[in-house]
Design a protein around this ligand. Structure first.
Ligand code: MIC
Length: 652
C-alpha cells in the first residue's frame, strides 16, 4: 500500500514535474493559477512583454489593482490603464481599482481545492485556507508561470500543527497566528510549509483560516496549507461555487516532519510590538499606552466578521477623540454586506473614517500615523517605516483589540470591555446567504493577442544586466539581522508609484538604512563598477517585491553576503543576477566592515565548480570561504546575469 500522505504532500505530488520530494532539494511544480497585484504586476507584465508571450498558459490568471490606489498624479492611474491593456493582451482576468484586496477576492471567486498557484505578493499562501498549494514569489517567477513554465522551490519540510479546543470569547484568528509568531518569530518556519489539522479546525471558518494562512508568511514559511473539508464546502456554497468544491484531507496515519500543538482555548489576546511581526506579547502587557490610530482591514483580517465584530463593539458609542479610527474594507462585496447588515452605519456613527476597498495604509498608501504616536493595525506587518512615517510605532493586533482600543484611546485588552462597558462578546454567526459581487472582475477577451500595451510615460522597460564577472568593489553597507524588503526598498505613497520605473525607484534603495545610499552607490559604480552589501540572518524577509533586488542591481550590486536569507528575497537575487553568498562562520561576518574592499577572482570558474566561493578582503588582507545553495539550474542563471538573459539564451 502507498505511504499515507498529508495534504501538503498530496498537493506537491500532484503538481511535481521535476525533482524528488526530499526536503531541501529543488523541485519543479506545475502551476494552475497566478495572482498579480498592481505594485508588482506592472513589472510582471513588462517581463511578459520582454519574453514575447502571446497568451497566458495557466488555467486562470488574475491581475488585481489593490495597492497603488491613491491618484495624486498620473503615475498610478497610468499603471492601472497599462495593466488593463496587458490583462486583455495576455488573456488575464482584471480586478478593477476599488474592487478590493487580491487574496480574499481570489479565495472567494477563484480558489479551487487541490490546485496550485503562485502570486507576486508574499501573502499569496492565504488561499492555502482552501486546500490550495499557494506560494508568494517574485514577479519574474510569476511571469514564467504565466508563460507555462514550472515554479522551482526547495522541497519544504512539513510542520504539522494539531489544532484542538475552541477560541474563548474576545479572542480570534489573528491571535492564533500571533501565537504562532510568538513561538516561531520571523524566521522559525523558513524552509517549511505549515499544515494545520485536527479537531479544532471545525471551529475556524474559511476566512479565519485565511487570516492564519496569510500571516504564515511572517514566520518565513514557504506556504501554509489547510485541508479542504466540510467548512470549505460551506464557504464555497456561500460564494455560489459549491460545484467547484472537492475534499482534500490528510490520509489516515499521515506523518509530518515536525510537530506542533495548538489548543485554541488557551490563546489570549496578543499584539506584535514595533517593529517586527515576531515581537509578540499579550495585549495586557502593553495595555494603557495612549494610541493615535486604530486601523481595521487588509488581507490579514479580511472577513465580514472582522468588521462586524468591531461594529458591534463600537455600536452606539463614540471612539476616543484623539483616535483616528480607519476602516479599510476588504472588497466591494464586504462593503455591500456591511451595508446590508447595518455594520457600516454603526461604524460611521461611532466615528470611523471609511476608506475605499483595497490595501491602502497597510503599505503606506495613505493613512500614515503622526510622528511618535502609536498606531494599532490589523495588518500583517509592521517593519520600520512601512506605514509611511519614518519613525513609526505600529502594533499588529486583532479587530477586537483595535476596536476596544479605539473606544478607550489606549491599548486595551478586549476582555476588559466586559467590565468597562458591561458588554458581552459579540459572537458572529455567518448567515446562510450573503451578497456576492462579481461586477468589477473583468473576464479576458477571447483573442486579445494583438492588443497594444497602453504605456504611460512612467512605465519604463526593464534595464539589461551584464553577466557575472570578476570584481573589486567596496562593502557599502554592513547590516544586522532580519533586514526586511521594506528596509531595502521601502513602500509608501511617494515610492510605490515608481514600481514600473526602475531608474526612478532605485533612488530610494536602502534609504531606511542609510539616507545617502543612492549617492554612494552611484559613486561606487563610477569608480569601482559596483558594490556589495553584508547582512545577518534572514536577509530580505517580508514582501515579494523583486524591486528589492532589481533596484540594487541597477545601482551596481554584485553580491550580498548574509548569514542566511528569506526564501523569496533569495530567489529574487538569483533571478536578477546578484550572487547570494552565505557566511560559513560568525568570525568572517565579524571581520568584514563597511568600507572594506572585496575582490573576486575567477568567479565564473568558482561558481561552475561547486558550492564554495573564496573572496579576498583587500583592506584586511584576509580571505573568506563562503557558501551558496543555488542548484545547478540556478548557477546557470547566475552565470548568464539573471533569469531574463538565461531565458533569451535558451530561446536562441
Ligand atoms: C506587502 O504586504 O509587503 C506587499 C506590499 O503586499 C508586498 C508586495 C509589494 O511590495 O508590492 C508583498 O507582500 O509581497
Amino acid at each position: 500500500m502507498d505511504k499515507p500522505l498529508n495534504v501538503t504532500q498530496k498537493l506537491i505530488k500532484s503538481h511535481l514535474v521535476e525533482g524528488e520530494m526530499n526536503p531541501g532539494e529543488e523541485i519543479g511544480l506545475e502551476i494552475d493559477q497566478t495572482l498579480t497585484q498592481d505594485a508588482t504586476g506592472t513589472m510582471v507584465m513588462l517581463e511578459l512583454e520582454a519574453m514575447d508571450l502571446d497568451k497566458a498558459k495557466t488555467e486562470l490568471s488574475c491581475q488585481y489593482v489593490d495597492h497603488n490606489l491613491l491618484q495624486t498624479d498620473y503615475r498610478n492611474p497610468d499603471d492601472h490603464v497599462f495593466l488593463k491593456s496587458a490583462a486583455e493582451k495576455f488573456g488575464i482576468w482584471y480586478s478593477r481599482p476599488g474592487n478590493g484586496v487580491s487574496h480574499p477576492i481570489h479565495t472567494e471567486r477563484f480558489a479551487v481545492p487541490g490546485k496550485s498557484m503562485i502570486g507576486s505578493d508574499s501573502h499569496t499562501p492565504a488561499t492555502g485556507s482552501m486546500g490550495m498549494l499557494a506560494f508568494g514569489a517574485g514577479g519574474l517567477d510569476v511571469a514564467f508561470a504565466i508563460a507555462g513554465e514550472p515554479m522551482y522551490v526547495k522541497m519544504p519540510e512539513v510542520l504539522g500543527v494539531k489544532v484542538t479546543g475552541r477560541l474563548p470569547d474576545w479572542v480570534s484568528a489573528k491571535d492564533v497566528v500571533l501565537e504562532m509568531l510568538r513561538r516561531y518569530d520571523v524566521e522559525g518556519c523558513v524552509g517549511k510549509i505549515i499544515e494545520y489539522y485536527g479537531p479544532g479546525l471545525k471551529h475556524l471558518s474559511t476566512m479565519d483560516r485565511h487570516v492564519i494562512a496569510n500571516m504564515g508568511t511572517e514566520m518565513g514559511a514557504t506556504s501554509t496549507v489547510f485541508p479542504s473539508d466540510e467548512e470549505t464546502r460551506r464557504f464555497m456554497k456561500l460564494q455560489e461555487r459549491e460545484d467547484e468544491w472537492s475534499e482534500l484531507i490528510a490520509d489516515e496515519g499521515a506523518e509530518y516532519d515536525e510537530h506542533e500543538e495548538l489548543d485554541l482555548s488557551e490563546v489570549v489576546p496578543l499584539i506584535a510590538k514595533p517593529s517586527s511581526p515576531g515581537n509578540v506579547v499579550p495585549v495586557s502587557e502593553v495595555a494603557g499606552s495612549e494610541i493615535y490610530q486604530s486601523y481595521i482591514g487588509s488581507s490579514a483580517n479580511p472577513g465580514i466578521r472582522d468588521f462586524w465584530v468591531p461594529a458591534q463593539i463600537v455600536k452606539g458609542k463614540r471612539v476616543n477623540e484623539d483616535v483616528s479610527f480607519d476602516i479599510n474594507p476588504t472588497s466591494r462585496q464586504v462593503i455591500e454586506n456591511l451595508a446590508e447588515d447595518g455594520s457600516l452605519m454603526q461604524l460611521v456613527q461611532a466615528g470611523a473614517r471609511f476608506h475605499q476597498a483595497g490595501c491602502n495604509g497597510c503599505i503606506g498608501m495613505g493613512q500614515a500615523p503622526a510622528t511618535g504616536r502609536k498606531s494599532l493595525r490589523t495588518v500583517p506587518r509592521n517593519f520600520p517605516g512601512r506605514s509611511g512615517t519614518k519613525e513609526d510605532e505600529v502594533y499588529l493586533c486583532s479587530p477586537e483589540t483595535a476596536a476596544a482600543s479605539a473606544l478607550t484611546g489606549k491599548i486595551t485588552d478586549p476582555r476588559d470591555l466586559e467590565e468597562i462597558y458591561n458588554m458581552g462578546y459579540p459572537n458572529y454567526q455567518e448567515p446562510n446567504e450573503i451578497i456576492v459581487n462579481r461586477e468589477m472582475l473583468v473576464a479576458p477577451p477571447e483573442n486579445g493577442e494583438d492588443r497594444t500595451l497602453d504605456k504611460g510615460p512612467n512605465v519604463v522597460s526593464l534595464p539589461d544586466f551584464d553577466a557575472v564577472d570578476d570584481f573589486e568593489v567596496p562593502v557599502l553597507l554592513k547590516m544586522g539581522e532580519n533586514i526586511s524588503t521594506d528596509e531595502i526598498l521601502r513602500a509608501g505613497a511617494d515610492v510605490l508609484p515608481y514600481r514600473s520605473n526602475i531608474p526612478e525607484i532605485s533612488k530610494f534603495a536602502f534609504e531606511i538604512v542609510d539616507e545617502n545610499f543612492y549617492e554612494r552607490a552611484l559613486e561606487a559604480q563610477d569608480e569601482h563598477g559596483g558594490h556589495i552589501v553584508v547582512a545577518g540572518e534572514n536577509y530580505a524577509q517580508g514582501s515579494s517585491r523583486e524591486h528589492a533586488a532589481i533596484a540594487p542591481r541597477y545601482l551596481g550590486q554584485q553580491l550580498v553576503i548574509a548569514k542566511s536569507y528569506a526564501r523569496i528575497g533569495w530567489q529574487n537575487l538569483v533571478n536578477f543576477g546578484i550572487l547570494p553568498l552565505e557566511f560559513d562562520n560568525e568570525a568572517d561576518y565579524d571581520d568584514i566592515d563597511q568600507g572594506d574592499t572585496i575582490k573576486a577572482e575567477n568567479i565564473r570558474e568558482q561558481l561552475e565548480s561547486g558550492h564554495e566561493v573564496t573572496l579576498k578582503n583587500v583592506t584586511k588582507g584576509n580571505e573568506y570561504t563562503l557558501k551558496h545553495t543555488m542548484s545547478e539550474r540556478q548557477r546557470e542563471i547566475m552565470l548568464a546575469g539573471g533569469e531574463i538573459n538565461h531565458f533569451k539564451q535558451r530561446k536562441n
